[in-house]
Design a protein around this ligand. Structure first.
Ligand code: MC0
Length: 147
């Protein structure tokens, strides 16, 4: 793929904490942001709430994803044992995750999953290992219909 076809925008930045329900109050009640979506993702072991500064998403608006682990063996629970609540990963939106994944692998980068898994709103997701992301965990996300 050409570089200009790889990434569309920063889809979301994820904040991990023990209680997303408590965190969303800060965004909505203190900052006046809007809750746009919430769900439990059993495979990832997370409860997540998406918030944004506007009530309606514009095409390339970045959201903040408030995440808390739903079980002790979730990757985010392990992360919270080692870190205080804070920024956990950022997600780059793509149009075609299979083509982008193939290109990233051709460029020597390590993706965590062989095949994309299901993320927010039926999206398809994969992750660049932090060692392939300059020390940052990076999600690659192709939006689903409920995104
Ligand atoms: C771990 N490391 C990180 C990191 N987590 N670096 C930056 N940001 C993070 N969030 C680094 C550690 O510091 C360590 O570096 C190395 O990675 C190994 O860490 P570990 O503590 O031994 O942990 P692992 O290897 O067991 O797991 C790390 C790994 C895991 C990234 C593979 O967290 C994972 O599978 N993440 C992808 C899934 C995920 O995060 N799901 C939650 C969001 P050193 O230098 O000490 O070796 S789900 C989501 O977001 C969905 C719902 C969505 O958006 O749709």
């Amino acid at each position: 793929m050409e570089n200009s076809d790889l990434f569309l925008c920063i889809d979301h930045v994820a904040y991990v904490c023990p209680d997303a329900e408590e965190a969303v109050k800060y965004y909505t009640e203190v900052l006046g942001w809007h809750e746009l979506h919430r769900e439990v993702n059993d495979e990832q072991g997370v409860f997540e709430i998406m918030v944004a500064p506007a009530a309606e998403l514009t095409e390339h608006m970045t959201q903040v994803q408030l995440i808390s682990p739903t079980r002790e063996d979730a990757t985010t629970a392990k992360w919270l044992e080692k870190n205080r609540p804070g920024l956990h990963h950022m997600a780059w939106r793509v149009a075609d995750i299979d083509s982008v994944s193939a290109t990233l692998r051709e460029r020597g980068l390590t993706l965590l999953y062989e095949q994309p898994r299901i993320g927010t709103g039926g999206s398809k997701i994969n992750f660049l290992h932090p060692k392939s992301g300059k020390g940052v965990l990076i999600e690659v996300v192709q939006p689903g219909s409920g995104h």
